[in-house]
Design a protein around this ligand. Structure first.
Ligand SMILES: [Zn+2]
Ligand SMILES: [Zn+2]
Length: 111
């Protein structure tokens, strides 16, 4: 039967195509080692942009010393540091109850 032959041919092509695409490096690499580093790298928001915001601490994420303690040194170096509360003075709402840090507006057109 012609139909059967065609179907068989198609079937073979599909199988060959599938196996050709099967270049899973997973087996060679073994168990998933550490894909986290590469996954996080490109998602860095632009400092000072709307996306650069720490919801938890209500400060720009790029300046959040509580999420990224390594930033503290830079604030200390510029004397912008509240030793009592372990925060940049410019972010210390305990010392400056009137302090308002506002999230930057979205750049690209509002929806
Ligand atoms: Zn934070
Ligand atoms: Zn303080």
């Amino acid at each position: 039967m012609k139909t059967t032959a065609t179907q068989l041919a198609l079937f073979v092509v599909v199988i060959v195509g599938l196996s050709a695409c099967r270049k899973d490096p997973v087996q060679a690499a073994g168990p998933r080692t550490a894909p986290a580093a590469t996954e996080h790298a490109p998602a860095q928001p632009e400092p000072g942009s709307h996306d650069d915001w720490c919801d938890e601490h209500q400060v720009p994420e790029s300046l959040c010393t509580r999420c990224n303690p390594a930033l503290a040194a830079a604030f200390k170096a510029t004397n912008d540091w509240c030793v009592e509360h372990g925060l940049p003075e410019s972010q210390c709402r305990i010392c400056n109850p009137k302090l308002k840090i506002e999230r930057p507006p979205k750049k690209d057109g509002a929806k």
